[in-house]
Design a protein around this ligand. Structure first.
Ligand code: ZN
Ligand code: ZN
Ligand code: ZN
Length: 137
């Protein structure tokens, strides 16, 4: 990242912090374009990848295979519960998963095993909204 791109990266970081839950580079780029920042999609991608590499952002693949990003306050390894309707994300620890992953890797002779486990579903308020929608029909 060159020095003259620092403000762009900072702008991307701010937009990510303002977003609720996980967002794609495209939707973040659209937000920035509305603000007339002149920041290109490639720059948004680079900035997001940099933030993720430094642990300042979470990145994951949606069930549709899209790369999603989120400003993340929790350092170190953790997991997420993600609402597929509103994008709400809850940071969770999963001791059972850590144990299972280590054991399974070891059983197959794997070392330095890593894993990404995120749970997608419908959050309580979205489930409630859908239920009342149905009741109103
Ligand atoms: Zn996180
Ligand atoms: Zn939701
Ligand atoms: Zn884990």
């Amino acid at each position: 990242m060159t020095q003259r791109n620092t403000w762009q990266r900072e702008r991307v970081r701010e937009a990510l912090a303002d977003a609720r839950g996980f967002v794609s580079a495209q939707s973040l780029h659209a937000t920035l374009r509305d603000d007339n920042t002149g920041i290109g999609l490639a720059t948004v991608y680079r900035a997001l990848a940099g933030l993720a590499a430094q642990g300042n952002a979470d990145s994951l693949q949606s069930p549709e295979g899209e790369n999603l990003f989120r400003a993340c306050a929790t350092p170190g390894h953790h997991h997420h519960l993600i609402c597929r309707s509103c994008g709400l994300a809850v940071e969770i620890e999963a001791d059972d998963v850590e144990e299972w992953a280590q054991r399974t890797a070891a059983t197959h002779g794997f070392t330095q095993a890593e894993h990404i486990v995120d749970i997608f579903g419908l959050c309580a308020s979205c489930a409630e909204a859908r239920a009342s929608e149905r009741a109103g029909q």
